[in-house]
Design a protein. Structure first.
Length: 133
């Protein structure tokens, strides 16, 4: 790794991008808001930075990514519940924390542009109005 400063910048970028997504969710009065999204993005980035730079060369960092995806899947499953009738609630919240974890992984891996573009696209998707019949 070039420096500890770069690692810190990766963590800060992930946290800031997670905050942007979380801000939208909080404004929409959803249960997972800024803090949740920040922590998920930060955790994913920290696991990524630690796996890439903390365990030496030759370590397969994709294993950490797979673990993060699986772990976030469990968290996401916990926020999905069935309401009365045919309605299911929490799918968008589960999807947003899954995407924020991916953004954190990208930022932690040093894919700055990819993480930023992913966050912008996710924010735009979350602004699409909900259409019900």
């Amino acid at each position: 790794m070039e420096s500890a400063v770069e690692a810190i910048l990766r963590l800060l970028l992930a946290t800031a991008l997670g905050a942007g997504i979380g801000y939208q969710r909080e404004r929409a009065n959803k249960p997972a808001g800024i803090r949740t999204h920040c922590l998920i993005a930060l955790g994913a980035a920290l696991f990524t930075v630690a796996s890439i730079f903390g365990f030496g060369n030759g370590v397969d960092a994709s294993r950490v990514a797979a673990g993060v995806v699986a772990g976030i899947g469990f968290i996401g499953a916990g926020v999905i519940f069935r309401t009365s009738g045919d309605w299911v609630a929490g799918l968008t919240t589960a999807a947003s924390i899954w995407v924020v974890a991916a953004i954190g992984l990208a930022a932690g891996a040093g894919m700055y542009l990819m993480s930023f573009v992913g966050a912008v696209i996710a924010a735009l998707v979350l602004m699409i109005p909900k259409l019900r019949e």
